[in-house]
Design a protein around this ligand. Structure first.
Ligand code: FMN
Length: 483
């Protein structure tokens, strides 16, 4: 049976469903089920768009671009004085683009009303395990699983005791027992209840079971004259803890590092309309730039002429010739890591025509070639601004490893990524690459040379692997930041 994730639906469909479910006082999932049932029975309501109420805000920029992934929480509100703070928590979660569906225990309804909770969450509120409206298809199981996280706030001593002992005699405890989602508890109770031996045992058991806790904080209690540990964490603290569990921070091992990457071919002009080029697509260098940026580095990509979109979050400098590429590379220094993946032309035309060269009866114009600057060797041999880690690429069509080893020695770089670009491999312009990482053992100039041969990979995989090696090297050497 296919399952439908509401939050992945088109915004207009979602808005329609939300409005229709609110009108019918049903949850969005229930509304979808009703629509499907009616369709099957041939008595569906016409899909006329419901007028949006005036306070429905247009999608924010982040919603339109999908910058933040949506997430959903089942919020269980227990019967404690702090239940009023859960009303604010609903707002704080929604601010973070987290959908909230609420469950109130019987005791919680003595402190906050289902109506207030429903008005703030824009969803139906659930209170009863034996509700025929939502239990026709085991609604408590849906509440337990159709979410990314369960938050219990306030988590009463009673609810935690039930959880620790596996009780399921009401909707909240049945959901907590039936879930396979992460659970976050925000305990709130009188300090003596919190310090009671049975509560201590229950909390310890729940922590062993993998349940996450936020708080309680120390402070004044609702009971006059009492203070101590037991106040529920503030709504913003709970929302932030929920967000950390829902969207764990991505590791950024190259944060604070500047990485310079070259990519693509160079075009060496013959005259204003003609040039010498090579078959490099720039895909490998661009993939490395994306991987370095994802690892948190500040990335400068100097690219020859390519047919690729500039990667997001990367500073791209577009150049044509080898000399322009060198100029931009030099002006981008200092950097912590330089990766020269561009296929720079070895030669350029010495006698570049100022006007378009014409066919004449005198025969073909003699094209004199002169050597281009060697960007890899120039940067590797710098004495002042040499990047601590310089990586070159060797594109060879024969004697790959031997040629790459001698290139490593000749150019003075730290590593060479050697790839076989003979036509049969399809590497030039293709999406896959087979590479060998050639480096000096122990980083010594006169030391032994290590060859690490990688299996056939996509260029993105090669990029990820190379950046993983860079991260390891940075950690081992603890490179000083470029200044
Ligand atoms: C005024 C009042 C305030 C209460 N505050 C708390 C509290 O902060 N924490 C707590 O664990 N229990 C508190 N209780 C006790 C719970 O409401 C009681 O244990 C109830 O059975 C909890 O039900 P629940 O866990 O299903 O929500 C309070 C009771 C009353 C009458």
């Amino acid at each position: 049976m296919a399952s439908l994730t509401i939050r992945k639906l088109d915004e207009n469909v979602k808005t329609y469903l939300r409005l229709r479910s609110a009108k019918n006082r049903r949850s969005v999932e229930e509304e979808v089920r009703v629509i499907l049932r009616e369709l099957i029975e041939g008595r569906e309501e016409p899909l006329t768009p419901l007028a949006a109420p005036p306070d429905v805000a247009p999608a924010s920029a982040s919603q339109r671009t999908g910058a933040l992934p949506e997430a959903s929480v089942t919020l269980i509100i227990g019967g404690g004085i702090a239940a009023y703070k859960s009303l604010d928590l609903i707002r704080r979660l929604k601010e973070r683009r987290i959908e909230v569906r609420c469950v109130l225990t019987k005791a919680a309804q003595q402190f906050v009303t289902p109506l207030a909770v429903s008005a703030l969450s824009h969803e139906r509120v659930y209170t009863d395990l034996f509700d025929p409206q939502s239990e026709f298809d085991a609604g408590h199981i849906r509440l337990a699983r159709d979410c990314d996280l369960i938050v219990v706030a306030p988590a009463t001593a009673d609810l935690m005791a039930k959880m620790a002992h596996g009780h399921a005699d009401d909707l909240a405890s049945a959901i907590l027992l039936a879930t396979n989602r992460k659970i976050l508890l925000a305990p709130a109770m009188n300090p003596l209840m919190w310090n009671n031996a049975s509560t201590r045992r229950n909390v310890a058991q729940l922590q062993r079971d993998g349940v996450a806790l936020i708080g309680p904080n120390a402070g004044e209690m609702a009971e006059a004259g009492e203070a101590g540990v037991g106040r529920m964490s503030e709504a913003v603290e709970i929302a932030a803890a929920a967000e950390r569990l829902l969207r764990p921070p991505v590791p950024r091992p190259l944060a604070g590092k500047r990485v310079l990457i070259t990519a693509g071919p160079t075009h060496e002009p013959i005259d204003p309309v003609r040039y010498i080029a090579n078959r490099s697509s720039g895909k490998q260098g661009f993939a490395i730039a994306v991987a370095a940026q994802a690892a948190g580095a500040e990335v400068i990509l100097v690219s020859g002429p390519v047919d690729l979109d500039d990667p997001d979050g990367v500073t791209v400098k577009h150049v044509e010739s080898a000399r322009q590429m060198l100029e931009h590379v030099q002006s981008s220094l200092p950097v912590d890591i330089a990766i020269f993946a561009a296929a720079v032309a070895d030669w350029r035309v010495a006698n570049e025509g100022e006007q378009k060269l014409k066919k004449t009866s005198a025969g073909m114009p003699p094209l004199q070639l002169v050597e281009n600057p060697d960007i890899l060797a120039t940067i590797s041999k710098l004495t002042d601004k040499r990047p601590p880690l310089v990586i070159g690429f060797a594109a060879e069509t024969e004697h790959l490893i031997d040629n790459a080893k001698s290139k490593l020695a000749r150019k003075g770089c730290d590593w060479i990524v050697a790839n076989d670009v003979s036509p049969a491999t399809g590497v030039m312009g293709g999406d896959r690459n087979t590479v060998h990482l050639i480096s000096r053992k122990n980083g010594e100039n006169d030391g032994e040379i290590a060859v690490d041969s990688w299996p056939v990979m996509t260029k993105e995989q090669v990029a990820t692997e190379l950046i993983a090696h860079v991260v390891k090297s940075v950690a081992d050497k603890s490179l000083e930041p470029a200044s």
